[in-house]
Design a binder for this molecule. Structure first.
Ligand code: KIV
Ligand code: NA
Length: 274
């Protein structure tokens, strides 16, 4: 397949072809996932959890993100590459965000992702007007875990849902091309997706009606330690298979993820939805 680009991703979304995204942090996994047909690789600041063993993403620095971005960029072939702006590297001002985004783009990122709603709109506009594609991130935003009071579903009551709708509209108007929706009710994610045809929504615990899906690599391989969130599926296991049945290889699991996202069979509302 050819190189994925912003116009190609937009065309997929317009056609209703689901975008399959996974996180990646190193060259070897990047190549395996890319060859399995994953459209978008995200160097997530979840690397604080899965690479560094931290309990949150807050300790992750711009240097860590640039390092893993270089690793993934060296291994990938055709996938689109997004890197998270880490906590503290973009919130102070549009100028700060621009400088941090430049460091990530120089490391190989093609788009940067940042957490936050309307308050980030000015920054999103500043970056997009200067040629830096932006993916926003709403709902459960892990860099704000202490302000949010834990990892729980967002946008449940009417006021919170209205705030989320307004945030999505502001970010889209500011030029965000993509929007990750994490841990929001499926109906609200569907509504936001339909309200903004130009905005590619990527769900994680946000139902099947988004433009695409993302999971943390280690979660979908079933090797994350600790409690597994409801929205995660272990793709190394056939659904319903017994625990001692042989598992799929990493390449097979990634290909299964791509196939099930494209077919709309992952996520399954009854198992993974809110
Ligand atoms: O850091 C990350 O892995 C993410 C995804 C879960 C969306 O932001
Ligand atoms: Na992240």
């Amino acid at each position: 397949r050819g190189l994925l680009s912003l116009p190609k991703l937009r065309e997929m979304a317009r056609r209703g072809e689901k975008i399959a995204m996974l996180t990646a942090y190193d060259a070897t996994f990047a190549r395996v996932l890319d060859d399995a047909g994953v459209d978008v690789l995200l160097v997530g600041d979840s690397l604080g959890n899965v690479m560094q063993g931290q309990t949150s993403t807050l300790p992750v620095t711009l240097e860590h993100m640039a390092y893993h971005t270089r690793c993934v960029a060296a291994g990938k072939r055709s996938a689109w590459l997004i890197t998270d702006l880490p906590f503290g590297s973009y919130e102070a001002s549009p100028q700060q965000a621009f400088e941090s985004a430049v460091a990530l783009m120089r490391a190989g990122a093609q788009m940067v992702k940042l957490e936050g709603g309307g308050a980030m709109a000015e920054t999103v506009r500043f970056l997009t007007e200067r040629g830096i594609p932006v993916c926003a991130h709403l709902g459960l935003t892990p860099q704000r875990v202490h302000a949010l009071g834990g990892f729980r579903v967002q946008g449940r009551d009417d006021a919170a849902a209205a705030a989320l709708r307004n945030d999505a509209a502001a970010l889209s108007a500011a030029g965000a091309a993509m929007l990750v929706l994490e841990l929001v009710p499926s109906s609200l994610a569907a509504e936001i997706t339909h309200a903004h045809p130009e905005l590619m929504t990527i769900g994680i615990g946000a139902g099947a009606q988004c433009s695409g899906q993302v999971l943390v690599l280690h979660d979908m391989l079933g090797i994350t330690t600790g409690k597994r969130p409801r929205f995660v599926r272990d793709f190394t296991r056939e659904p319903g298979s017994s625990a001692d049945a042989p598992g799929l290889s990493i390449a097979q699991a990634a290909a299964r993820y791509v196939a099930d996202v494209k077919a709309g069979t992952f996520p399954d509302e009854s198992l993974h939805g809110y």
